[in-house]
Write a protein that binds this ligand. Structure first.
Ligand SMILES: NC(=O)c1ccc[n+]([C@@H]2O[C@H](COP(=O)([O-])OP(=O)(O)OC[C@H]3O[C@@H](n4cnc5c(N)ncnc54)[C@H](OP(=O)(O)O)[C@@H]3O)[C@@H](O)[C@H]2O)c1
Length: 233
């Protein structure tokens, strides 16, 4: 990985060092140059290749909990978090739990994500819906009828001790977190491709406010640009 910013440019950068100073809430996503966050199969695997996968794994290893929206889980492609031995050694422990955010709880509870995770998956929903979560899954109820995201984040931090949070998307959850001013940093990977096509999902879903960004770091690896933006909120 090459560092382009901050100066001076440098080569041989280890992603773990590049992203080590994790703030309270990171949003880590990959998109094509024209803003698509899904490949032709509606998933992300073919977007950023190995270079992006290295950063993806690193961001996970540097977080205490990994938030994902329920529609991403409903693709059926998201497995339980695992950690490669080298990252586990540097992290000094098991993987962070995945935290699924859902109002509807329209989730397949038999997925390995809910039955086989080394660190058990957590579901965030409203207090009214919480009782519908099966007993084998840990649930957080935040907000009475609708999910109160700031309250959910407080619970993750204050009750469960998960300080460094990573949201992996998708666009709907990412937008909700940005709207609620809960995101400190956007870790964006830009894959060298134009995907076009109306069926592709864009990075954010219905953001209705301008959010200025400060580029804090810029890396290049195998043609993929990795930018760390601080959000000015
Ligand atoms: N390129 C990338 O980095 C990346 C990353 C992740 C996902 N993706 C792709 O993105 C697509 C899915 O994204 P998406 O935007 O459609 O969905 P999403 O953000 O993954 O999930 C949306 C769902 O999350 C829950 N949710 C979101 N905001 C909420 C809030 N404020 N309160 C309570 N619940 C909330 C709701 O669940 P319920 O419907 O259950 O109520 C909502 O329907 C997939 O195709 C996936 O492959 C790409």
């Amino acid at each position: 990985m090459h560092r382009l910013l901050p100066e001076p440019p440098a080569d041989g950068i280890d992603p773990y060092d590049a992203y080590a100073d994790a703030p309270g809430m990171r949003l880590g996503m990959v998109m094509s140059v024209d803003g698509s966050v899904t490949d032709a199969e509606g998933w992300t695997d073919k977007l950023g290749g190995d270079a992006d996968f290295r950063v993806f794994r690193t961001l996970r290893a540097l977080s205490d909990a990994i938030l994902v929206g329920a529609r991403t889980v409903r693709t059926g492609r998201l497995g339980p978090a695992r950690l490669r031995a080298d990252l586990r050694a540097r992290r000094g422990g098991p993987p962070a739990p995945i935290v699924v955010v859902s109002r509807s709880l329209d989730l397949d509870w038999t997925l390995p994500l809910f039955t086989e995770a080394e660190t058990p998956t957590i579901v965030v929903t409203s207090r009214n819906a919480r009782n519908e979560v099966p007993g084998h899954v840990q649930a957080i109820g935040a907000g009475r009828d609708d999910v109160d995201l700031p309250a959910a984040i407080r619970t993750l931090r204050e009750d469960l001790g998960h300080e460094r949070l990573l949201c992996e998307g998708g666009p709907a959850l990412a937008t909700a977190l940005i709207r609620a001013s809960l995101v400190d940093e956007l870790c964006l990977s830009i894959a060298p491709a134009l995907l076009g096509g109306a069926r592709h999902t864009r990075l954010l879903d219905g953001l209705d406010a301008e959010v200025p960004l400060d580029p804090a770091a810029l890396y290049l690896d195998e043609g993929v640009l990795f930018i760390r933006y601080r959000l000015r909120v």
